[in-house]
Design a protein around this ligand. Structure first.
Ligand code: PLP
Length: 371
């Protein structure tokens, strides 16, 4: 029992097989259809689907940032978020998190007040809980910063009627369609934006920086910038289209599981990271346990549960403390909330295929060991 896994049914398989039998395996109509269905789902004007979420971050960074730009970002994410800042020669600045696991936007403001040259904020909607939209709009308007929302955990999430990926208060948003996420294309990702200019740049970067105009001779094309060939295939997009239709159902199932965990663990030493929030899309269900008061260590708990076939996971090790980041001079930042989070938090299994019996088994086992 892992912490997350895909849900594939016959309709997904039929969509993929139909595309395999069609004329286009790649650069065909399914890519645009998938992009249009994501834009529509999220209320965004434009969408560019790419080979994975990391590629989405890389392309967005190529468009939003320049070399040496300073970018405020969170230590509590998968490495790809801040790696994408490094890819383009820009400089991540790690800011501590709030109690809900998201970047602390008040601390971001303190940094912005100290240094007017900061270019951007890369914020992650951690676990599926969107970042505070009023505050991010305020920071964007007041300090003129570029905003990227890493919504890899948050497709289907809401914040006061604002949809994750709508870019209502940001320049770009990205998604990942890795199998542990809400919907999958095996590997895959997407960038949404409301800017035509950003959209057109992303399209060029996704291929080979090539343009072809009606005035050109039939064989002619011009490469006007570097491109990366981060294309996604029609086969993957056919799967994505089919999966997206099931997303509301998937999120209902995740809510059901999250509510059950909340009810059971409420008032115990296993504390949900945040009280049940029907607007979160619950990619992760994170709990906090103060191991200092217990006879069992975090490592023993992980091993113990693994023996019982329950794969809890820790999201995340602070990125700035990773060896590569230490080699770049990071790692000694004071981040008391992140450090406490890292000591105490772990994610329980949550995915649409998790049966009631499996949930009960997780709950019973955790209670036996910890409560
Ligand atoms: C927050 C976050 N951003 C970006 C990514 C990268 O996505 P991918 O694995 O599709 O490259 C992930 C993947 O785990 C993620 O969790």
């Amino acid at each position: 029992m892992p912490y997350g896994k895909q849900f594939i049914d016959d309709s997904d398989i039929t969509s993929v097989v139909d595309t395999l039998k069609s004329d286009f395996l790649t650069t065909g109509p399914k890519v645009k259809e998938f992009e249009d269905s994501i834009s529509e789902f999220c209320d965004a004007k434009y969408c560019v689907a790419v080979s994975n979420g990391t590629a989405a971050l890389h392309l967005a960074s190529l468009v939003l940032l320049n070399e040496n730009d300073k970018v405020l970002t969170t230590p509590n994410s998968f490495l790809a978020t801040s790696n994408s800042i490094l890819y383009v020669g820009a400089k991540p600045i790690f800011v501590d998190i709030s109690k809900d696991g998201n970047i602390d936007l008040d601390l971001c403001e303190e940094e912005l007040k100290k240094d007017f040259t900061i270019k951007a904020i890369y914020a992650v909607a951690f676990s599926g809980n969107m970042i505070n939209q009023e505050k991010i709009r305020y920071l964007k308007d007041t300090y003129g910063v570029v905003i990227l929302e890493d919504n890899a955990h948050a497709i289907g999430a809401l914040y006061d009627g604002i949809k994750a990926g709508s870019c209502t208060n940001s320049d770009c948003s990205i998604f990942s369609f890795h199998p542990v996420k809400h919907i999958t294309t095996a590997e895959g990702g997407a960038i949404t934006t409301n800017s035509k200019e950003i959209y057109e740049k992303l399209l060029r970067l996704r291929t080979h920086g090539i343009v072809k105009t009606p005035e050109m001779k039939p064989w002619e094309y011009e490469m006007i910038s570097l491109g990366y060939n981060y294309r996604i295939t029609d086969i993957q997009c056919a799967l994505g289209i089919s999966q997206l239709k099931k997303l509301p159902e998937f999120i209902n199932k995740r809510h059901h599981i999250a509510k059950k965990y909340d009810t059971v663990f409420k008032d115990s030493i296993v504390k949900p990271l945040y009280e049940f929030n029907g607007k979160s899309s619950y990619h992760l269900y994170v709990v906090q346990v103060n191991f200092n008061n217990l006879s069992i260590s975090k490592e023993e708990l992980f091993n113990n549960l693994k023996e019982k076939n329950i794969g809890i996971q820790l999201h995340y090790i602070p990125i700035n403390r990773q060896p590569h980041y230490r080699s770049l001079g990071y790692g000694n930042e004071e981040m008391p909330v992140m450090d406490q989070y890292y000591d105490q938090c772990f994610s329980l299994p949550i995915y649409p295929k998790l049966t009631d019996q499996e949930q009960d088994y997780v709950i019973k086992t955790i209670k036996e060991i910890l409560i």
